[in-house]
Design a protein around this ligand. Structure first.
Ligand SMILES: [Zn+2]
Length: 136
């Protein structure tokens, strides 16, 4: 995971997708050829930081390295530009997660890797109008 993580960290840090220079369609993750018009003229494009929850699930017994996130809320989010993204929810009590909730991106620790404790950061989403817990 480590090598691809560092190579692609912009994607995790800034939700960096792509935008077609021909038809203005936006994509995440980024594409090299537009799925809408077929153009290969795409450029890096940062996704909006806000959207709403379309669906969610609570992941029980998460994969290795994520044991401290049990249960782990995972949501399908439609960003304000219409692009859909799957992301972990943070800062939100599980009983307050509802379909249709407005969310915003937050920068959080994603996982700690191995005994040397290498820490990976990236985006998660939090329900808006909730008090932000900066310690998590
Ligand atoms: Zn296009």
């Amino acid at each position: 995971m480590a090598v691809s993580y560092w190579r692609e960290r912009d994607r995790y840090y800034r939700i960096l997708g792509s935008k077609c220079q021909n038809c203005s369609a936006e994509f995440f993750p980024p594409l090299y050829r537009c799925r809408k018009c077929g153009s290969d003229k795409l450029s890096d494009h940062e996704m909006p930081q806000e959207g709403q929850i379309l669906a969610y699930t609570l992941l029980r017994d998460p994969m290795t390295g994520f044991e401290d996130h049990d249960p782990m809320p995972i949501a399908l989010i439609e960003l304000n530009n219409g692009v859909r993204i799957v992301a972990q929810l943070a800062d939100t009590p599980i009983d307050q997660i509802t379909v249709g909730s407005k969310v915003r991106a937050v920068f959080r620790r994603v996982r700690v890797n191995g005994p040397n404790g290498q820490i990976f950061y990236g985006y998660k989403f939090a329900i808006k109008n909730e008090k932000v817990n900066l310690t998590r």
